[in-house]
Design a protein around this ligand. Structure first.
Ligand code: MSP
Length: 484
């Protein structure tokens, strides 16, 4: 593999959204984290483990947490500890290779938020005002009447909004309108995909940026403002700052990691990441991230994932049966990253059986078996004639085309077996058989390097099967048939 042709990359810092703990983790949440994990794994192979930082975690200081703790009849600290642990447990089960699991209740994060709040206050970017408006507690955001459905319902959750009137501290977002706009225009890859970039640009140009309230008067749970102990920080102001906390804000480490290379987010939260966040960073005198990539949403059997429909798919249940690789492969191969898509068990099983089982698994098994049978379990490590060049696909988060190209090659290799029929050739030409099978084994070793960020377990099994010219048949079947 070669390094990408663009700027040399010395370090790579990737983040996911941090998740609200009142929800149970479903495959929608696993999606952002699997994509970030894939990038992190790729970059580790390029620049080494020490130069990659991959952060995920939980967003705990919202009003929803207070309500959920009440419902669970637990003191709030105990509730957050328990649920954050459960979230982390899910990510561990999925073998997501995060370097830090950040919680917004972590001490260093509280310190970061207070420090930055004080900075923006000292700069004169914060003032006190009264705000009355329609508020969605699920989004933790105010909406204008014209943004609501029928003037009543949240455009994202389709649930009624509440009227909120509070005396709050406001952040001068309007002051940064031009700078944010200039940054987006000067950096065509800052917001991706392009459709989201256009959405943000037209939002700024058509509506303009209004100051937003960054504190809550009536909430006790949260991070206290350093300049007004009677209020807590608005949960989004707090949550976005997790990205700088985790990069080591306030320590020498920070210079190494900041700015982030990619924030992976869902399309529902681009306003926060592409407008509020750059403005906050500008005010705090910090550099802006290189890229915010917004992926789409997926439905389950055509329906929105929702608690009330009870259709949320537990990623751990699914992977217990099919393995982590299968879920990773399905999500990144089926849904072009950035677009919306659908998850159905039917389709999942088809992809598992045909692509992973029949195409990849069979190729590995057949090649290994024939090398054992006809070539004494040894093969010549050939140089791959036309190696794939996929760095640009993966560094640009084009996971779908990345995998499609790898699987085209896998099909070609299956085709070589069908055409050359090594089982017949073995009767007449031992040298030729070894040549054909050595070629395939060498290609598989090369392919396994590309596969390893996406399906790490299978990739390492392929490497073990064909390690250093000798076939190890003890590895077993990569994607066994599963009875449903
Ligand atoms: N806590 C905020 C994020 C703060 S980041 C500084 C939040 N949390 S969330 O738990 O509600 O959602 C987090 C992310 O989960 C979404 O942005 C999206 O990435 C992902 N998804 C949740 N449901 C999803 C689908 N149905 N499909 C794809 N992704 C989904 O927002």
């Amino acid at each position: 593999m070669t390094k990408p042709s663009q700027n040399p990359v010395n370090k790579f810092y990737v983040t996911t959204p941090i998740y609200y703990i009142n929800d149970v983790p479903h495959i929608g949440h696993a999606y952002s984290t699997i994509a970030a994990d894939t990038l992190a794994r790729y970059w580790r192979t390029q620049i080494g483990d020490d130069n990659v930082l991959f952060v995920t975690g939980t967003d705990e200081n919202s009003k929803k947490t207070v309500e959920a703790a009440k419902e669970a009849k637990l003191p709030i600290e105990a509730y957050t500890k328990k649920t954050a642990k459960a979230w982390q447990g899910v990510f561990d089960n999925l073998e997501l290779s995060y370097n830090r699991f950040i919680r917004t209740t972590d001490n260093d994060h509280v310190k970061t938020v207070q420090d930055i709040l004080q900075k923006v206050y000292d700069k004169g970017d914060v003032y006190k005002g009264v705000y009355e408006g329609k508020y969605c507690f699920r989004c933790e955001a105010f909406y204008k009447d014209e943004e609501l459905i029928d003037g009543k319902f949240c455009p994202i959750h389709k649930k009624p909004v509440e009227t909120l009137k509070e005396e709050n501290w406001f952040f001068k977002l309007s002051k940064y309108e031009k700078q944010v706009l200039d940054y987006i225009e000067a950096n065509p890859h800052f917001i991706e995909p392009e459709s989201r970039r256009n959405e943000v640009l037209s939002f700024i140009k058509n509506k303009g940026l209004e100051d937003f309230s960054i504190s809550r008067e009536t909430q006790d749970w949260g991070i206290r403002l350093p300049f007004d102990e009677s209020q807590v920080a608005y949960v989004w102001f707090d949550a976005l700052l997790n990205y700088v906390t985790a990069a080591g804000y306030g320590t020498d480490e920070f210079n190494k990691w900041w700015p982030a290379n990619v924030h992976i987010v869902g399309k529902d939260i681009i306003k926060f990441h592409c407008i509020y966040w750059p403005a906050m960073l500008l005010s705090a005198g910090l550099k802006l991230p290189e890229k915010v990539f917004a992926h789409g949403f997926f439905t389950i059997d055509g329906e929105k994932i929702s608690k009330s429909l009870g259709n949320s798919v537990d990623p751990v249940e699914l992977t217990k049966k099919y393995g982590n690789d299968a879920l990773r492969y399905f999500l990144l191969r089926e849904i072009p990253f950035g677009a919306d898509g659908d998850f159905s068990f039917e389709r999942f099983k088809v992809v598992y059986e045909t692509e992973l089982g029949n195409k990849l698994g069979n190729l590995v098994a057949r090649t290994a078996a024939m090398l054992s049978k006809y070539c004494d379990s040894t093969y010549g490590q050939n140089k791959v004639v036309v190696p794939l060049e996929l760095d640009d696909d993966i560094t640009n988060l084009k996971f779908e085309s990345y995998l499609q190209k790898i699987f085209t090659r896998i099909e070609e290799l299956n085709g070589v077996i069908e055409e050359t029929k090594p089982w017949e050739l073995a009767k007449t030409d031992k040298v030729k058989v070894k040549e054909v099978l050595s070629g395939i084994a060498s290609e598989l070793v090369e392919l396994s390097k590309w596969l390893s960020p996406v399906i790490p377990e299978a990739a390492s099994k392929i490497q073990k099967t064909f390690s250093s010219g000798k076939v190890d048949s003890s590895v077993g079947i990569l994607f066994p048939r599963i009875e449903s």
